[in-house]
Design a binder for this molecule. Sequence first.
Ligand code: GDP
Ligand code: MN
Length: 391
Amino acid sequence: MDIHEYQAKEILAGFGVPVPRGGLAYSPEQAGYRARELGGEAWVVKAQIHSGGRGEAGGVKLCRSDEEVRSYASTLFGKNLVTKQTDAAGKGVYRVWVETASDIQQELYLGFVLDRKTERIMIVASAHGGMEIEDLAEDDPESLRRMVIDPAVGLAEYQARELAFSLGLFGGQVAQMVSVLHACYRAYRDLDAMMVEINPLVITGTGDLVALDAKMSFDTNALYRRPQVAALRDPAQEDPREATAADNGLAYVGLDGDIGCIINGAGLAMATMDMIKLSGGEPANFLDIGGGASPERVCQAFRTVLTDRNVQVVLVNIFAGINRCDWIAKGVVQAYKDVGLTLPVVVRLAGTNVKEGQEIVRASGLPIVTADTLAEAAQAAVAHRCTPVAA
Ligand code: GDP
Ligand code: MN
C-alpha cells in the first residue's frame, strides 16, 4: 500500500529525518493561506498523488508569493496528473502540499528496499539524486552504492559511516547521514514497510541534509497490525475497479486485452492468461475469485469484469478444491439475470461437484460455451470474441 509524500515525511520526521516545514491544503485558498502561515519568501507547491515523476509532469512548482501559490494550486486541484509512472488516465489531485523552499546545493538518492535474493533490507544510494532510480540505474550505474543489512545485527554504525563516506560526504554531514540512515531503517522495520525512498535527499546551502521528497509503501499483509498505517490508505488514488473488487474479496488487476477472466487461484489465473496468449488472445484482467466462492461472489466477479468496456467475452475457469462447481455454475446462471449479460461466456469446470455444475449450465438453456480442458477453454474464448452466441 502506498501513501502520500506528506504522510511519509511526517512518519520519517517522527523517526528523526529532517524535512522542510510545510502544510497540507484541500483547496487553492487553503494553499495560499498555508504559505502565509509558513512565512518566508518562497514555497514549493506539490501535488499529492501516489506517483513519482511529478516534477517532470508539472506537479511541483517553486512559487514566490502566496497569490502565486494559490493560483498554481488552482491549476492542480481536480486535475488528473499523468506522470511516467501512472497510466494514461493519471491520478487525481485532491490534496496539495505547500512547503518552505529549500536552497539546494546537491541532490542525493536514498532508498531502502526488500532484496528478495538475500532476503534482507537493502540500502541503495547515489550522490547523483533527483532523477528516478530506473534512470539512474540506466544512465549512471557507477554512482549506485548498495548495502545489505543483517537482520540479527541491524544497521551497524560502521556500515552507515562507510555508506556516507562512499557518497563523498564529510565533516558534520557524515553524522547527519548516519542519523538519517538509522531513522529510515527503524521506520522501515517498525512499520512493516516494503520501500522507503528519499529522492532527493539534499545538501542545503548551509551544508545540512534535508529530505525534499519521501515515498513509503507498506506490506498489505501486515496492515492488520499497523492500524495507524492502514488509516493512511487513500482510495482516491486507487483504480476504482481494483478497490471495489478488493472490498468484495476479489483480487482484480485490470489489463489491456478483451478477454475477461474469472478464475480461482492466482496460479491458475496466471496459467490461464498464458494459455489465452498462446491461443492468440489478450486477457482483459487478472481475477482470482478465491476459495469457497458463493453464487453472489461469482455475480460480483462478473460485475467487476464487465466494468471494463473492452471485454468481448468472459472466460470462467474453475478448478474446484475448496470451491464447488455447482455454486460457480449457479453464479454464472444468476449473472445472466442479475447483471444482464449479453456477451458470450466460456465455462470450464473441474473438481468438486463438477457433474452437478455442468448439469446446471446445461439445464439453464443459456448460450454458455463449455470446455473440458484449459487449452480448449482458452481457444474457445479467443474464437468467441466479438461474436455474440445465439440463444
Ligand atoms: P517527484 O518528481 O514526484 O519525485 O517530486 P520531487 O519532490 O522529487 O520534486 C521534483 C524536483 O523538484 C526535485 O528533484 C527538486 O529538484 C525540485 N524541488 C523540490 N523541492 C524543492 C525546493 O524546495 N527548492 C527547489 N529549488 N527545488 C525543489
Ligand atoms: Mn522525487
